[in-house]
Design a protein. Structure first.
Length: 88
């Protein structure tokens, strides 16, 4: 049965395609699976970036900074965990 998920077509450079093919081969999955997984895992980052951009466009600098601080805090927490050998 075909998937009912939303679809998006991307045009990428030959160099990026080669990287994704190699990455997929190393992981044992299709490159499209890697891209979809990567995007899904980073959805909170995309949402925070969107909120920050929308707030900034409305002139709500404090709100934009708050949205960006969520990103910064998450990045620092992940970096700290990686440095301690933990997986987030």
């Amino acid at each position: 049965m075909p998937s009912t998920k939303s679809r998006m077509m991307l045009t990428i450079s030959h160099e990026l395609h080669a990287v994704l093919l190699a990455w997929g081969k190393a992981q044992g999955v299709y490159p499209s699976t890697l891209v979809a997984s990567f995007l899904e895992e980073n959805r909170p980052i995309f949402q925070a970036l969107t909120a920050a951009i929308q707030a900034q466009k409305k002139g709500k600098e404090a709100e934009a900074l708050k949205a960006m601080s969520v990103l910064t805090g998450k990045a620092l927490a992940d970096l700290g965990g990686m440095m301690q050998g933990k997986k987030h």
